[in-house]
Write a protein that binds this ligand. Structure first.
Ligand code: ZN
Length: 435
């Protein structure tokens, strides 16, 4: 009875909230208040895949859903990144009948790794894809060991795991569970040295011995071997290889894939999505063909024009240095002169005011590669200190804390305008810059 009431009111709230963009979390949260164990009461006609990890889970889950839909399957999916308990409940209750039956061929759920224990308390996916594990919003989440532990507790023995064979940390998730791996062979853009400050696997996650890397794709993702216990990359079933960075073509198990977003991070996410769909029973070649037509959401990477200058907005996750490192990689791919505008907030949107994460970002990679860096936002002065430490000459750094004055400062710079910020502040900075 409680369940039916929760479903009816949840669906109603979803319909009422939809025109106002308030229907991603609230309906699920309300339904869970009425029926706290609602998530355990759904029955699924198809398979349920959960996608988690520190970085790339939204785009990977979107790609999985896209491939499945391209093959003609019906899919329930929390597409808007509403990956906490309320968002997952909303996705399921809107796809379910009043008896709680989810009539879809597949359910694809992006799941926040820290909330996985809560989300999977009453139900369990058939398979779980973990893209990677890094430090992420350190003061809120704890270090990567804490995140790993939470995930361990959330995963039941029956769950099949699809794991990144280039990541020594997440590759070792729930060791007793059935698993398959995907990975990427060394590419022309992989490096011999770690280019990032954030490196969460300098020591072996199994025995704390020193890790040797034969190559890095980014951060601690690459080819690894423990000098003490011999822990090394597992054999993977799905291999990304033959990457042609000029054309954006590469292969997965010999089948051609194309992408316009050819950074190593994205290539691995594509491989993850294809591997997951193949493990769900789809034909591998068709998955490769389907994912080649995928266009990522404009949200995270948006090109536009400011007068006669080209501009690009690259968004990263708040207080997440690896995500910010990816944004730096994106902008370094661009040719020609550029000015970088960095908006650092992390006051307004979370209770966590820690700025130590700025010291985990490899701003040093921008040295000598950009005309100027303009720092703005409530934490602009913290950024200024960080850039000074990185060795930027003071004439290259301009600080304007007040967003309303930013445009005048940017107008005095040269080259493409590359804006780096996190999701919440995108709109306000875009309004100022594109005036
Ligand atoms: Zn070891």
């Amino acid at each position: 009875m409680k369940m039916k009431l929760a479903l009816i009111l949840g669906k109603l709230l979803y319909l009422l909230g939809k025109p106002f963009g308030k229907s991603t979390n609230l309906p699920g949260e309300l339904a869970l208040k009425i029926c706290p164990h609602l998530l355990g009461k759904f029955r699924f006609d198809g398979k349920v895949l959960a996608v988690t990890g520190s970085n790339g889970k939204t785009s990977t889950a979107n790609m999985v859903a896209y491939i499945l839909k391209q093959q003609g399957y019906t899919v329930a999916h929390n597409a808007k990144g509403s990956n906490l308990t309320g968002g997952v409940a909303t996705t399921l209750l809107t796809a379910a009948s009043l008896s709680g039956r989810v009539r879809r061929d597949f359910v694809v759920l992006e799941v926040d790794e820290r909330f996985s224990r809560l989300i999977f308390r009453d139900f369990s996916p058939d398979a779980l894809l973990c893209t990677n594990l890094f430090r992420d919003q350190l003061t809120r989440n704890g270090n990567v060991d804490v995140i790993l532990e939470k995930l361990h507790e959330a995963i039941r023995p029956s769950v099949k795991l699809i794991l990144n064979g280039n990541d020594p940390i997440s590759a070792d998730l729930a060791p007793a569970n059935q698993r398959v791996y995907y990975g990427m062979a060394q590419t022309a853009q992989s490096s011999q040295k770690c280019l990032n400050i954030t490196h969460d696997a300098k020591v072996c996650p199994r025995c704390f011995g020193r890790m040797d890397y034969s190559y890095y794709h980014y951060n601690h993702i690459g080819g690894f071997r423990c000098t003490k216990c011999g822990y090394t990359n597992p054999d993977w079933r799905y291999t990304a290889d033959q990457v042609d960075f000029a054309s954006g073509d590469f292969t997965i198990n010999g089948y051609r894939v194309h992408t316009d977003y050819k950074d190593l991070f994205n290539l691995l996410n594509i491989t993850a999505a294809v591997a997951a769909c193949s493990e769900l029973g789809l034909d591998l070649e068709q998955c490769c063909r389907a994912v080649s037509t995928f266009v990522p959401l404009k949200q995270r990477y948006d090109e536009f024009q400011v007068g006669d200058r080209r501009a690009v907005m690259i968004l990263s996750k708040n207080q997440n240095p690896v995500s910010f490192d990816q944004s730096i990689s994106h902008l370094l791919e661009r040719e020609g002169e550029k000015t970088v505008v960095v908006f650092i907030n992390n006051i307004n949107h979370t209770g966590h005011r820690d700025t130590t994460w700025l010291y985990d970002i490899s701003f040093e990679r921008l040295l000598g590669k950009v005309n100027a860096i303009v720092g703005t936002g409530p934490r602009a002065y913290d950024l200024a200190v960080r850039l000074k430490l990185a060795g930027f000459p003071s004439e290259q750094v301009r600080i304007e804390r007040n967003l309303s004055q930013l445009k005048a400062v940017v107008d005095k710079t040269r080259g493409d305008i590359c804006i780096l910020t996190e999701l919440y502040d995108a709109k306000s900075i875009l309004e100022v810059i594109s005036k």
